[in-house]
Write a protein that binds this ligand. Structure first.
Ligand SMILES: [Zn+2]
Length: 443
């Protein structure tokens, strides 16, 4: 009897251990199965191909080769990626490319993924950056389709430069700056300050500012490149991008309110684009009456934004207050066929400011182009925009920003151009935007 009891206990313990092991494995499988299949360098699973929206092959999972054309390879590298890129689609889409699911594993074969990206637009954008570091992006603000997304510097994955780790020209090359970087927004941030003023300053239509070229605040001097003019209203202050006027508005609104409007703009959150999480922006609510508060209202001080969130913010203004999260995958099909292999990615939205606030911002951004940046470079496109020249200190040239959208249901495109140490925003970044938009809207 005694021996039988002992054996029963041993059998129960073994059975228990087996059950625990199976449970542990199942939990791991459910939680990490995607990662196992997608593990880089794995040769056990077939991967499908990645195409652009027009069917241009960007990456062939069978032969592990990139696009045929060098300019295509270089300008889409940050999206397609290799093992050096944490946010590449080959990483984040790995389980989709292998066709993995929990029930059948990879037994039903791999999937091809067609992106929303237009590779030809990427090529133009990368060429327009002309070797400078930066970001160019264009998306449809009604559907979320990212048409163009370039991060520079890049390189040809078929022929990586031998000095990539030492040459400063390749600094941060493995980072997709669009998703993973944050930058001081410079004067593009004045849109946030303007929104706060529209909603919180009841007498904003009475607001007038005379710019002498500098404004003394709390012992510091907030400067403009020149005296912008006398008795300017808010529209003129935004068009001339008058730092004095915006520092004055920031002092009236206060740091807490500005921070709230930056948060409402979605600039402090992380967006999930196809499982790629964007870097969060930051804002420090400075003390009332301090020069820091003045600087924060003109997009300097400690303000930081992520380019992807900034693009979606532009789309939100264009879309009367509803921002659409950018997306990258148009469809997923069984490899080598046009048979759908998954439901199309849904549309994800969030609210920014009220409809009337966005309407006013839109009107002012349209006026910026007409009165300051020059409509001629955009042909007859109804471009609404804000430029930014973000000081970065250390004797370096400022970052050039140009962000906005086309106010036209025929071409519902928002755009963002950022040239690191590029100099003047509208001049440098604006001309890149003009080139890319011309191509994006060509019949
Ligand atoms: Zn000024």
């Amino acid at each position: 009897m005694k021996r039988l009891r002992r054996r029963t206990i041993i059998a129960l313990v073994l059975a228990g251990a087996l059950a625990a092991g199976v449970l542990f494995f199942c939990f791991q499988l459910i939680g990490k199965g995607n990662d196992w299949v997608g593990f880089f360098g794995t040769r056990y699973y077939d991967s499908g191909a990645i195409y652009d929206r027009n069917g241009v092959l960007l990456y062939d999972g069978q032969t592990k080769s990139y696009a045929e054309n060098q300019a295509t390879r270089v300008s889409t590298l940050h999206l397609v990626g290799d093992q050096n890129f944490g946010t590449s689609l080959r990483s984040v889409l790995a389980s989709r490319l292998t066709g993995y699911n929990l029930v059948t594993g990879t037994s039903l074969g791999s999937h091809d993924v067609t992106l929303t990206i237009d590779a030809a637009l990427n090529e133009t954008a990368y060429a327009a950056l002309n070797g400078r570091k930066g970001v160019v992006a264009v998306y449809d603000y009604t559907t979320g389709d990212l048409l163009c997304e370039v991060s520079s510097p890049s390189y040809d994955p078929n022929n990586p430069p031998s000095d990539i780790n030492e040459n400063p020209a390749y600094e941060g090359v493995y980072l997709n700056r669009f998703f993973s970087s944050t930058y001081p927004p410079g004067s593009v941030f004045k849109l946030v300050t303007t929104a706060a003023a529209i909603e919180q300053k009841k007498d904003l239509d009475q607001f007038r500012y005379t710019c002498t070229g500098s404004l003394e605040v709390d012992g510091d001097v907030i400067t403009c490149p020149y005296a912008h003019g006398e008795n300017m209203d808010i529209k003129q202050c935004l068009a001339t991008s008058c730092n004095g006027a915006y520092a004055t508005l920031a002092m009236e609104l206060g740091g807490k309110t500005l921070g709230e409007y930056m948060e409402q703009a979605g600039l402090l959150d992380s967006l999930a684009v196809c499982d790629i999480h964007t870097a969060k922006g930051s804002f420090v609510a400075q003390e009332d009456g301090s020069a820091f508060l003045g600087w924060s209202g003109v997009g300097q001080d400690k303000d930081l934004v992520n380019p992807c969130n900034m693009l979606a913010f532009m789309g939100g203004i264009a879309n009367d207050g509803v921002a659409v999260v950018p997306k990258l995958v148009e469809r997923e099909t069984i490899t080598g066929t046009s048979i759908p292999a998954a439901f199309p990615d849904g549309k994800d939205t969030y609210s920014i400011y009220g409809e009337e606030t966005c309407r006013q911002l839109k009107e002012m951004m349209r006026n910026n182009v007409a009165s300051q940046y020059g409509q001629a470079q955009f042909g007859d496109l109804a471009v609404c925009a804000k430029s930014g020249t973000a000081e970065v200190g250390g004797g370096q040239e400022p970052h050039a920003w140009f962000a906005g959208f086309i106010d036209d249901p025929e071409h519902p495109l928002a755009f963002l151009v950022l040239v690191e140490n590029g100099g003047g925003g509208a001049r440098v970044a604006g001309s890149i935007a003009a080139q890319v938009l011309a191509q994006a809207t060509a019949e």
